[in-house]
Design a protein around this ligand. Structure first.
Ligand code: PLP
Length: 400
């Protein structure tokens, strides 16, 4: 039996240091229900692909509105299996943004395809529909926009282009839990999408986990088989009506029930955590609005019927970014540079032949973007301290 006291130590508040990420206070608050769920896994004795995973899939289907949710090992595996299940063939081009986490493009290579990069829009960091139209070639077969940080790709515009050119639309919605446009949850605008439950994501596990979201029963059946060595049938017991037929060379990417148990215990808290994130983002924006040296603040998604933004990361663009990050680190304030290199400049994609200057918006973002400490456990006083440290840096000449 696990004790009902959280094993995660709260970081000590020294009055100055601010961790980039922590979920210690959330775990302390939710630990009784997390411990109960984890104890259910011990009692059940099924540690992989068991009852907790099946229950989480049903609960996430209800939360997102997806017809099918398939738990896998990570968001990256979810992308690879989604692309394969949507029929990607060797050498097919997949249009992806030039600015994203590396898995957006490496998943395409792992699924046998070829990334075709597209520049992003400055405010949303998401694929620019006009640039997409120009990047399409006869080899293009799919398009995979990404929703990053606090923003969403323009799915109406991208969906219309995909339809006009006969491209299969899928989404790297790994960061997108809770985000909606025109009533549709991220990942469900086209053939399918994914979620990542990496610990620092909006809904974080205590290790790696991910999921595929789709409304398409054929995609769900194929992902269900691929994650389980290519076996149909058994793994889809909770998807009645899908037959036990084809065999595919699959992988082992089943979700572990301890992760599913933690995620189930945290899911009822998700909407409250998203509201707290919005309040923290507004507090940052208020304090940073007039700080010289801060060149761009995040623009929240327009709220309204069917529209919902989620702040996963609070990202600003600043002058002398690396000097500011060093100044903050010296004061114990954690930051991340998302993403320090645009994808077309990553050595692993060098053979695709894109040069420096090919995607100016992505390249500018990779020079100026800095993510500030951000998670629902952050206090208003910590936000104030971070903003004062940023302002002090520029007041003192900004590292010049
Ligand atoms: C986190 C993330 C992934 C990968 O998810 P993992 O669970 O870490 O494998 C893919 N794409 C984007 C945009 C992400 O942020």
């Amino acid at each position: 039996m696990l004790s009902r006291n959280s094993p995660l130590a709260l970081p000590e508040d020294t009055g100055e240091e601010v961790a980039f990420f922590s979920q210690a206070a959330t775990f302390r608050r939710l630990w009784p229900s997390i411990a109960d769920r984890l104890n259910e896994v011990f009692d059940d004795g099924k540690f992989s692909h068991g009852a907790q995973v099946a229950a989480l899939e049903r609960e996430l289907a209800a939360y997102t509105g997806a017809g099918f949710v398939l738990g896998v090992n990570s968001g990256t595996d979810a992308l690879v299996l989604l692309l394969r299940a949507c029929g990607l063939r060797p050498g097919d081009g997949v249009l992806v943004p030039a600015y994203s986490f590396v898995a957006t493009a490496s998943s395409v290579v792992l699924a046998g395809g070829r990334p075709q990069f597209v520049d992003v829009e400055p405010a949303s960091y998401a694929m620019d529909p006009a640039a997409l139209e120009r990047a399409i070639t006869p080899e293009s077969r799919m398009v995979m926009p990404t929703h990053l940080f606090h923003a969403q790709a323009d799915m109406a515009a991208i969906g219309a282009i995909a339809e006009r050119h006969g491209l299969t639309l899928v989404e790297d919605s790994a960061e997108g839990i809770g985000m909606r446009q025109r009533g549709v949850h991220a990942g469900l605008h086209g053939r399918g999408g994914v979620l990542s439950f990496f610990p620092s994501k909006t809904l974080g596990a205590i290790g790696d986990a991910g999921a595929v979201l789709t409304d398409d029963p054929a995609v769900a059946a194929t992902v269900g088989a691929l994650r389980h060595h290519g076996r149909y049938g058994r793994t889809l017991a909770h998807f009645p009506g899908i037959a036990n037929e084809t065999a595919l060379p699959g992988v082992n990417s089943k979700m572990d029930d301890f992760q599913a148990a933690v995620l189930r215990a945290k899911l009822p808290d998700l909407d409250g955590a998203i509201e707290r994130r919005a309040a923290l983002a507004a507090a940052y924006t208020e304090r940073l609005r007039d700080v010289p040296g801060v060149r761009r603040l995040p623009e929240p998604h327009s709220e309204g019927p069917g529209e919902r933004g989620v702040f996963y990361v609070y990202l600003v663009e600043v002058e002398r970014r690396d000097a500011l990050a060093a100044h903050l680190a010296a004061r114990g304030i954690g930051t991340e540079t998302y993403y320090p290199r645009s994808l077309h400049r990553q050595p692993c994609f060098a053979e695709l032949g894109y040069g420096q200057g090919a995607f100016p918006v992505a390249e500018a973002a990779s020079r100026h973007a800095l993510a500030l400490p951000f998670h629902p456990d952050l206090t208003d006083d910590q936000v104030r301290r971070v903003c004062e440290a940023v302002a002090a840096f520029y007041r003192a000449g900004g590292g010049r």
